[in-house]
Ligand binder design. Structure first.
Ligand SMILES: [Zn+2]
Ligand SMILES: [Zn+2]
Ligand SMILES: [Zn+2]
Length: 307
């Protein structure tokens, strides 16, 4: 199986293990930062029956949501949003962030955040103004037919999409700065969430672009990555601590995510300072450098291996 050429933005390690969902987790530090667009597309298109089911559910939700919006019933709108996200993730479990399981303490708080932010957006006049601007930009796009397929001209398209992506980035910053949504940093970090959102845009618009514009768009959004065979490194096969499925643990890894049960196996919890030898705890989210508690020397846990 080919995997996306990937360098962890936390520790610099390459991806080693194959993965089953669109999300990519580092096999060394457990950091969750990347997304494989082709896997996401595959999940979306894999089962037409599931697609139909989703379309039906979505239409029904959209009309009910619209009614609540007209009635200005925020509470009803929010409750519908919670149900919508629940239906969505149960139909497409591949899209549930790998840090969350249906039966753990994060799932419902996560749905609540999705629903709350959507509700705030729907009832805020600022967002409605932005939506109008986007509609105008979208209306200004010119379409033409190429080999029987409807295409959009690059100029108007890029004006529309760049404005939208800039807006998304601003909104994401506000969203992640909101202390009420603090859980998101843990379960669905900014980079991965933004990439997921942008990958949906790529999915929608790519078929309407000619080859040249399509390439530009993929490059601009960072979805033009190379696919390679997984890199072979030293390590051991061990049963997952939770589900007992076979798990490959690369040498020197701190944390390995199990693709079968979506749980993270903690491999190492302590390290010895390279200066004074004193034993230190490894924090839950290993950052690039950890200062020794005894001599304050800066230790690099993973990065040291990959420069
Ligand atoms: Zn890493
Ligand atoms: Zn497992
Ligand atoms: Zn030390």
């Amino acid at each position: 199986m080919k995997i996306k050429k990937f360098t962890c933005n936390n520790c610099g390690a390459p991806k080693v293990n194959a993965y089953k969902s669109p999300y990519i987790i580092c096999d060394y530090c457990g950091n969750f930062t990347d997304l494989d667009y082709t896997m996401s597309l595959q999940a979306w298109n894999s089962d037409p029956k599931r697609g139909d089911k989703y379309q039906k559910a979505n239409l029904s939700f959209q009309s009910k949501l619209n009614e609540s919006l007209i009635k200005k019933d925020k509470k009803e709108y929010y409750e519908l949003q919670v149900k919508y996200w629940d239906v969505y993730y149960r139909l497409y479990p591949e899209y549930l962030p790998p840090t969350i399981n249906f039966d753990d303490n994060f799932y419902y708080p996560f749905l609540a955040i999705c629903a709350d932010s959507a509700t705030v957006a729907a009832f805020d006049p600022k967002y409605q103004k932005k939506a109008k601007t986007q509609q105008h930009l979208q209306g200004d796009m010119e379409y033409y037919t190429e080999k029987g397929q409807s295409k959009v001209k690059g100029e108007g398209f890029f004006r529309m999409i760049n404005s939208y992506i800039d807006y998304l980035k601003e909104e994401f910053k506000l969203f992640y700065d909101n202390p009420e949504y603090a859980l998101m940093h843990k379960v669905f970090p900014y980079d991965a969430n933004l990439k997921m959102k942008i990958s949906t845009l790529v999915q929608i618009w790519l078929p309407y672009l000619n080859e040249k514009d399509g390439k530009t768009f993929l490059k601009q959004t960072g979805f033009d990555a190379d696919y390679i065979d997984p890199i072979k490194v030293e390590g051991n096969k061990t049963p997952c601590q939770f589900c007992k499925a076979e798990l490959f643990v690369p040498e020197n890894s701190l944390k390995v995510h199990c693709e079968e049960c979506h749980k993270t196996n903690i491999i190492k919890t302590k390290f010895n300072c390279m200066g004074c030898g004193v034993e230190n705890e490894i924090p839950e989210h290993p950052v690039n450098t950890i200062d020794c508690k005894a001599c304050k020397l800066e230790n690099r846990l993973v990065k040291a291996m990959f420069g």
